[in-house]
Structures are given as structure tokens and as C-alpha cells.
Write a protein that binds this ligand. Structure first.
Ligand code: CDT
Length: 310
């Protein structure tokens, strides 16, 4: 049974605030068909792929806010993605905003298999930004207001797809080593990560010029230190006056970037990811069972912030 997964990363360029979901789905379908032409088994779309990155606005009108969320998946608007995937025999990974029947709101990602069935779902754990409207900022980052942290069983869990073990992270999760390690401890072999990363971070503008470097740094480290493939997919370009990094890439378990987007618009990049390439990392340098020393890691789960020495 082949363990080579032909993976496509579907970088998506800017989406305007007023763009309809139907128009976005048309763009995603075009990317899916291009991925199919290139022989892909699965195509990965970015975080919150169906709309503009709405946490950049303080939205007081509940009706307008609710419009950015999905209360069913698939819905009449998103069903064409599922139908096309089943027709092409291709899986896909999609990020979107979820509004549950109980009124909970999450930033989520789903893994859909080649028959069009949702086989795995992940709710974003690390919600960056702030909760209140901060008028000093040129644009907001209100993920803490618009989304909730999920229950632990809805967080970093792996699923099975493509004859392998898969996992998903969403944007800010990729900066935290714990995110990858919890997946690594479940044997993950392929991690899909969608992101929306503004180039400018208002509280720390001195980081702006490092945005692309930090993007690859954290995903390469996560791949190598856990012996897994990583696929990072951006929504990129100048969206409503806020420029966001592209830099979508596919990273081998060695930590090497094997495919990298060249534009900041809609673009497909691909790589043949042999899940057996994870073995030498998992069996040797990162053989967790042989070499981890968890009794020395207590503080990782016991404390949240820094405790300075006396
Ligand atoms: N979407 C998302 O998580 N973006 C963050 C921006 C960080 S600054 C508030 C990221 O980590 O890229």
C-alpha cells in the first residue's frame, strides 16, 4: 500500500469583506481542479478560507458577524467543494468559522477524504490577539473575542487518512512547540496548517521584517523535532489594506522546505510526501520512548506563565 501522498497547498489571495461565499467557493474549486491536474491526493486550504479575515474588525452588528460563521458543514454554499472532491477522488482540508447549535464559536479545520466524508475536525487552541476593541491599533486582531478555546478532546488529536496519521493546526498554533509535540506523541506523519498572518504586528513592529523567516522557522522546527511532514498554507496579499505574508510551503521531516509559493495570490504548490520518510526521525534521534524524559517536563503542563527564580 503506497504511503506517498501527493499534497497540494492552495494559497489563497485576498478576499474582500463584501465577497460572497459562493464567489470564494468558485475560487477554491478552481484551485482544487488545478491540484487535480497536478496529480494531487489532497489539497489544503488556509485558515478561515471562506471569507475575509474578519477578526481584523470590531463588528458590533450581530447579523453581520454571524454571516462569517458556518452553522452547518457542508452547507448549500460549501456542498460544491464536497461534490467536486468526491468527483475528482481528492481529499481536502478547509478552515472556517464554526457556530454550533448551542451558540459556541470556534476557528476550525476539517479533513475531508476522497469520498467527500469529513474524517477529522480540529478546533483552534491558541487564539492570538485581544478581546476588547483597541482603538490605537491600525487594525484589530479579535480572535479572543470571536472564538472560544475548545475542550481538550477537540484540540490536538490525530486522525487517519491517506494510509497515514494526520493532524491539523491553525495559524498561531504553529508558533508553539507544544502543538506539534502533542500530535507527535500520537505518531503524526502529516500536519496541515492554514494561516492568516499580517506582516505588521502593531504591538511589536520590530518583528515585521522577520515575518517570513519566523513562519518557516517554526514549521521547519515542528516538522524535524517530531519527524513529520508539514504543509503550511497562507491566505496572502493585501486584504482590505492589511498586507499578509504568503510563503506557503511544504516541509519534509528533515525540516527542509521542498516546495514554496512564489506569489502572494491564488497559487498551487505540490510535493510527493512519502510518509515512510518520517521513520528514520521517529525511530532514531526523536525516538520519544527511548529518549524523552517527561519527569523533567512538569512545568510544561503545570504552569502557564514564567515563574522567575527568587
Ligand atoms: N490568524 C493568526 O493566528 N494569526 C497570528 C497573528 C499573530 S499576531 C496577533 C499568527 O500567529 O500568525
Amino acid at each position: 500500500m503506497s504511503r506517498i501522498v501527493n499534497v497540494a497547498a492552495a494559497q489563497v489571495g485576498p478576499i474582500a469583506r463584501q465577497t460572497s461565499k459562493a464567489a470564494v467557493v468558485e475560487r477554491l474549486l478552481a484551485l482544487m481542479r488545478e491540484a487535480d491536474r497536478r496529480g494531487s491526493d489532497v489539497v489544503v486550504f488556509p485558515e478561515l478560507a471562506l471569507t475575509t479575515f474578519f477578526p481584523r474588525w470590531y463588528i458590533q452588528d450581530d447579523e453581520e458577524l454571524d454571516h462569517f460563521y458556518e452553522s452547518e458543514m457542508p452547507s448549500p454554499e460549501t456542498q460544491p467543494l464536497f461534490d467536486e472532491a468526491a468527483k475528482l477522488g481528492m481529499g481536502f482540508v478547509l478552515g472556517y468559522a464554526e457556530l454550533t447549535p448551542e451558540g459556541h464559536r470556534y476557528n476550525v479545520s476539517i479533513w475531508v477524504d476522497e469520498t467527500g466524508e469529513i474524517v477529522h475536525k480540529y478546533r483552534k487552541v491558541h487564539l492570538p490577539g485581544h478581546h476588547e476593541h483597541e482603538t490605537w491599533r491600525p487594525f484589530q486582531h479579535l480572535e479572543k473575542r470571536y472564538f472560544e478555546v475548545p475542550e481538550s478532546h477537540e484540540g490536538f488529536r490525530v486522525g487517519k487518512a491517506h494510509n497515514g496519521i494526520v493532524g491539523m493546526l491553525i495559524c498561531n498554533d504553529r508558533r508553539w512547540p507544544e502543538s506539534y509535540r502533542v500530535l507527535g506523541l500520537q505518531g503524526v506523519e502529516l500536519i496541515a496548517i492554514g494561516y492568516n498572518t499580517p506582516i505588521h504586528n502593531p504591538p511589536s513592529p520590530e518583528h515585521d521584517r522577520h515575518s517570513w523567516f519566523h513562519n518557516e522557522l517554526v514549521m521547519s522546527a515542528g516538522a524535524y523535532q517530531n519527524g513529520t511532514w508539514v504543509v503550511g498554507v497562507a491566505r496572502a496579499g493585501d486584504e482590505e489594506g492589511v498586507p499578509m505574508i504568503g510563503g506557503s510551503c511544504i516541509i519534509a521531516p528533515s525540516g527542509e522546505v521542498v516546495a514554496r509559493a512564489r506569489t502572494e495570490g491564488d497559487e498551487i504548490i505540490t510535493a510527493a510526501c512519502d510518509l515512510d520518510d518520517t521513520r528514520s526521525y521517529k525511530d532514531w534521534v526523536f525516538n520519544f520512548d527511548a529518549h524523552r524524559v517527561p519527569q523533567h517536563y512538569d512545568s510544561i503542563t503545570a504552569q502557564r506563565g514564567v515563574i522567575l527564580p527568587d
